[in-house]
Design a protein. Structure first.
Length: 203
């Protein structure tokens, strides 16, 4: 069997490219682990499981979404006295590396603490409230609440954290990702926000 010099060269180039890509990925993951071990774990847990409902679970969250939020914290578009100093010196590559690190971690799952409230939340998430004009959350976030690359994964998140974020959108205290969220949440009652948050926590 004869081998074409051109084909051999192309195969070698592809192998070298793959090897370089793996090396960069390993370096990125090592850097992310170092950053997580230096500061992130204090609030978000070593495995992204979080230490309190005050702080979001990051395990399983989309890498691009995490990087987007870190950028917003750094620019001041998203306000947080806790996060601002944490992201001050992060580079865009480090933000994405952190996102990729957390995205690969297993998502914690717990049953909702209030099943009846969660049942109301499921209806609102899936169907909205046609009587008040609240649209279905699933129309953007998907029926399984997994979201897309630029949207958050909501399934498995703490109910308390989600409820607080909905209230922040409602009060205009959170001003990033607000093009749609402000218009949606301003129509929601406190009960509806709590119900949707409770439902998502158990998904």
């Amino acid at each position: 069997m004869k081998f074409s010099p051109l084909a051999t060269t192309a195969a070698l180039a592809a192998a070298l490219s793959l090897s370089a890509g793996n090396a960069f990925a390993q370096a990125d993951e090592a850097r992310a682990k170092k950053i997580v071990g230096g500061s992130c774990f204090l609030c978000h847990g070593a495995q992204g499981e979080s230490t309190s409902e005050v702080f979001p679970r990051l395990a399983g969250q989309h890498a691009e979404y995490i990087a987007k939020q870190l950028t917003a914290f750094q620019s001041g578009q998203r306000k947080s006295t806790a996060m601002a100093p944490m992201v001050e010196k992060l580079t865009p590559d480090e933000m994405l590396a952190l996102g990729r690190y957390y995205e690969k971690l297993s998502v914690p799952r717990e049953e909702p603490k209030n099943p009846q409230l969660a049942a109301v939340g499921r209806y609102i998430f899936t169907n909205g409230n046609p009587y008040s004009g609240v649209p279905a959350c699933a129309s953007c976030h998907g029926t399984t609440a997994q979201g897309a690359a630029n949207l958050p994964r909501l399934a498995g998140q703490f109910s308390g954290y989600l409820h607080n974020q909905l209230k922040s959108f409602n009060k205009r205290e959170r001003t990033n990702d607000n093009a749609v969220m402000h218009a949606v949440v301003e129509k929601m009652t406190e009960l509806e926000m709590a119900a949707v948050a409770e439902y998502l926590s158990g998904q």
